[in-house]
Design a protein around this ligand. Structure first.
Ligand code: 5AD
Ligand code: SF4
Length: 525
């Protein structure tokens, strides 16, 4: 970007709002003609490398540094006083939790949160790259935000999360959406105060995307969404490289937090009165493999089990690394809940092989048997992809039969979506869309049937419900989840929100249960 173009880009921030409607379109046009190639080169030359499977697979050997010394830069303290922020979150729990960290960082700077885009001074889109439709949603939202920026040139709009780790996305924003002020990656979250400062006072779009991760930053402030349930990261990244998946590139290599840091965080949450923690990682079963100690997820769960917090969950598991030690520890029960989310992706060993999942149908079913033997009442849920390249009707039938054999009580089901840079994206996406849709429909029908059957078994039973608040549909009704993650709606006093209560189930639906509270005395295990 040359000096003149930079000035033009900056004018948009300085213009009087009343001029902006007439002037801005031509300004934007000029900005659109800026030398985005030069900008792209500048930002990516030293910090960014596009997804490269060969290189990424070698990264395991690199060192991870853990930093405990985060502090708000002096010159940023109070910069958000009297101002508001809004973060839109797309995608998985990891993103939800990253949003809590960014909200913590912004709150530390003095900002307050708002749900209203019109009163926000900073808007961040925390994006998801897992499938094309997730990306399309974000580009749609970027389009919606343009008029806001035109009306309020001081508004800072940022794009972060997994999409910003993709070169093609950054290029597209630089070329087509130059009113965006800030783009930063998943490894740059702790730099938000500094980046915000540059975006507010600098002259051009700020882009900071590190492809080399390495570090773990402890002690970042967090503004958690509620006071009842909390997310706790146990590890970052993924080294599994399933052939369809973009995550190992957007989230980087596997890095485990130290057990003592995790345990301290869970203890702290328990002391604050939280009732449930969910331990988070893209592949939690690989926890500890990168540490220099002989310590895995089973060992960690065995310690967390002893903390006085009523409910502990974990997600997401990979069947390949789900070991006997973990099954043995989970079987001890207590606060370790017997709901296991175990993504299978396909029921065909051949499709699993080309997905590079590193297990067969038989091995998966063996693991399920092992889990059921140790935990006879365990609830299993899963993720499944239909329409992977070359998936035949027979292979899809194998998925249906596996779903029945395991008896999944719910599942997240997806149509395969090619992701640029992944091995599968180089193969022909040759299952026609009508066939993919039909397979998805058949699969969902089966899952719905199994869910409804599982729900029906609860009729007449009394279950323990962690009451989260008023039901979304009816403020006179309370809702919460059972230990096995079933949504329950029932009437009761608002004073029990945040407590675990007994509820007798009177009516089962496909995805939720209706019930009546059995006793008023709050019970916390
Ligand atoms: N296409 C469709 N679904 C995908 N998933 C991951 N990558 C893709 C893709 N390219 C699904 C997997 C994973 C879940 C989080 O998203 O089922 O478990
Ligand atoms: Fe993606 Fe999960 Fe496979 Fe990792 S284990 S590559 S996050 S699907």
């Amino acid at each position: 970007m040359n000096e003149q173009q930079r000035k033009q880009a900056n004018q948009i921030k300085q213009m009087d709002p009343s001029d902006i409607k007439s002037e801005t379109d031509s300004n934007l046009e000029r900005i659109q003609n800026t030398d985005s190639e030069a900008l792209i080169n500048k930002y990516f030359q030293t910090t960014y490398e596009p997804p490269n499977l060969k290189k990424a697979k070698k990264r395991r050997r690199e060192d991870v540094e853990i930093h405990y010394d985060y502090a708000v830069p002096d010159n940023m303290k109070g910069i958000g006083k009297g101002k508001k922020f809004l973060i839109r979150t797309y995608g998985c729990q990891m993103n939800e939790h990253d949003t809590e960290v960014m909200a913590g960082l912004l709150t530390d700077l003095g900002y307050e949160s708002t749900d209203d885009t019109n009163e926000a001074d900073v808007i961040l889109l925390n994006t998801c790259a897992i499938r094309e439709n997730a990306e399309n949603k974000v580009f749609g939202e970027i389009g919606h935000l343009k008029p806001l920026k035109l009306e309020n040139p001081d508004l800072v709009i940022g794009v972060c999360g997994c999409m910003s780790q993709e070169e093609s996305v950054v290029n597209r924003i630089l070329k087509k959406h130059p009113f965006i002020d800030l783009i930063f990656g998943t490894h740059n979250i702790h730099r938000l105060p500094k980046l915000l400062q540059e975006a507010m006072f600098g002259k051009e779009m700020v882009v900071e995307v590190w492809s080399k991760e390495g570090d773990i930053i402890e002690n970042l402030p967090k503004q958690r969404k509620g006071k009842i349930k909390a997310w706790v990261n146990i590890m970052y990244g993924c080294d599994k490289f399933c052939t369809y998946c973009i995550v190992p590139y957007t989230r980087g290599k596997e890095r485990s937090r130290k057990p003592e840091d995790i345990i301290q965080e869970v203890r702290h949450l328990a002391a604050q009165g939280y009732k449930e923690v969910t331990l988070l990682g893209q592949n939690v079963n690989a926890y500890g493999k990168d540490l220099d100690i002989d310590y895995g997820l089973g060992d960690l769960m065995d310690e967390i089990r002893k903390i006085d917090i009523p409910r502990v969950r974990f997600t997401t598991s990979h069947p390949k690394d789900f070991d006997e030690r973990l099954v043995e520890v989970l079987a001890k029960g207590g606060n370790l809940l017997d709901h296991i989310h175990l993504p299978v992706q396909s029921g065909s060993s051949e499709v699993l092989r080309v997905m590079a999942r590193r297990y067969t149908r038989e091995r998966y079913l063996d693991l399920v048997r092992q889990i059921r033997t140790a935990m006879p009442n365990a609830t299993l849920t899963t993720d499944i992809i239909v329409g992977f390249p070359n998936e035949t009707d027979e292979q899809f039938e194998e998925t249906l039969s596996l779903v029945e054999e395991v008896g999944f009580e719910s599942a997240f089901t997806f149509i395969y979506s090619p992701r640029e840079g992944t091995p599968a994206a180089r193969w022909e996406d040759n299952v026609p869309m009508e066939v993919k849709k039909e397979r998805l429909q058949r699969l969902n029908k089966l899952i719905n049937k199994q869910s409804a059957e599982a729900m029906a078994k609860y009729e007449g039973q009394t279950v323990k419900v962690l009451v989260e608040g008023e039901s979304k549909k009816n403020p006179d009704v309370l809702s919460g989840y059972t230990e096995r993650n079933k949504l329950v709606n029932f009437r009761g006093p608002k004073s029990i929100i945040g407590e675990i209560v007994d509820v007798k189930i009177t009516n089962a639906k496909t995805w939720s249960l209706d019930g009546e509270m059995v006793e008023h005395a709050a019970e916390v295990k």
